[in-house]
Structure formats: structure tokens, C-alpha cells
Design a protein around this ligand. Structure first.
Ligand SMILES: [Zn+2]
Length: 79
């Protein structure tokens, strides 16, 4: 498919939306208490996403601040 066709193909621009992100997967694997608190932090606009990413990475969860931002904007299925 040519670049032009790729750009015209709406399917190409749907895959990002409505998919499960790594934050969704992480939340699903945590205990209910952990998941609830993490979701609260993510939803809080006062909490920098980089700070959340730092805590996650420190605990072995490799998640980028961008991914958390995207999840917070509900650009994924599980938000
Ligand atoms: Zn998500």
C-alpha cells in the first residue's frame, strides 16, 4: 500500500484508540488496593506523570510517562 493509501485508510488510525495499554495491563495485575490508589494518582492532574513513572520503574514496572498520560486521557480501552 502506498503512503497516500495508508493515510487514507481509516483503519490505520483506529488501532491506537480502544486498545489495552501497559497501564491497563498493570492495573489488572495489581491487588485491588494498589490498583485503586494507582488509578487515583493517574487521574489526579496535580500529580506529574513523570513522578508516577518514577515510582513504577522503581518497583520494576517499566512504563513511560507518555503511556500514563495517554491512559489518563482515556485514549485506551481500560481507562
Ligand atoms: Zn490504559
Amino acid at each position: 500500500m502506498s503512503f497516500l493509501e495508508e493515510l487514507k485508510n481509516e483503519e490505520n488510525f483506529k488501532t491506537q484508540l480502544g486498545s489495552i495499554c501497559s497501564v491497563c495491563r498493570l492495573l489488572a495485575g495489581l491487588t485491588p488496593d494498589e490498583a485503586k490508589l494507582l488509578a487515583t494518582r493517574i487521574a489526579d492532574p496535580e500529580v506529574p506523570k513523570a513522578a508516577i513513572a518514577r515510582v513504577l520503574n522503581k518497583n520494576g514496572y517499566k512504563i513511560a510517562p507518555n503511556t500514563i498520560t495517554r491512559h489518563a486521557r482515556k485514549e485506551c480501552l481500560g481507562a
